[in-house]
Design a protein around this ligand. Sequence first.
Ligand SMILES: Nc1ncnc2c1ncn2[C@@H]1O[C@H](COP(=O)(O)OP(=O)(O)OP(=O)(O)O)[C@@H](O)[C@H]1O
Ligand SMILES: [Mg+2]
Length: 228
Amino acid sequence: MNKQNEIIKMVDITKIYDSSDVETVALKDIDLVVNKGDFVAITGRSGSGKSTLMHIIGLLDNPTSGKYTLNGTDVSSLEEDELAFQRNKEIGFVFQSFNLLSRSTAVENVLLPGIYAGMGSQERVQRAVELLTELGLEDHLNKRPNQMSGGQQQRVAIARALMNDPELILADEPTGNLDTHSGDDVMNTLKALNKEGKTIVLITHEHDIAAQAKKILHLEDGRLVSKK
Ligand SMILES: Nc1ncnc2c1ncn2[C@@H]1O[C@H](COP(=O)(O)OP(=O)(O)OP(=O)(O)O)[C@@H](O)[C@H]1O
Ligand SMILES: [Mg+2]
């Protein structure tokens, strides 16, 4: 595989949390390559470092040491505003608890990342409606989160993640708050996006969910072990 194919490349990433008198080694010597078009699940017990790894991949936190290259850019040298720019452009986030604005409609939630990216107002409404329609939510455009089911809310969150057409989707336990049926819907949506070319990194502690990815990586006490 050549370098241009690598969307995530981590070499020797370590993360140590240093709070008051205890030092926690959350990640230890992580070497990770994710290629464009991959669908990778990261599993591991509670406290194994999954969210820590996700935060570093998503430029929401810095490693203590090691080198992280995202889509060809060595991100360790970037300033905070450049990190925010990269994050908004390259990555779509999906969280366990949806993280939608409760007073805003589906369309308003989805178009939000377009505002930060400087998209015109008409264009962003049009794109939000298109994305929601593609995800089967055309009858729910003007509903607020509390007027939708959990599965529908998570699909709104996926539409929001797609707003700026990022190459990488990071999903931290996206099915964690959903029943089996809605969880299947969300997994089918992620699989369809992967077929269209999106790279997906999914964090889950559920074996059945992880098994639907193309590759499974397992974290044990902050170390990566490959499974499939
Ligand atoms: N901000 C922090 N300060 C200090 N220690 C932290 C912090 N965040 C996480 N940790 C510690 O780092 C380790 C890894 O935590 P992390 O949240 O990455 O685990 P996880 O695999 O996501 O767990 P879960 O499945 O419960 O979400 C744990 O020992 C945790 O206590
Ligand atoms: Mg976690």
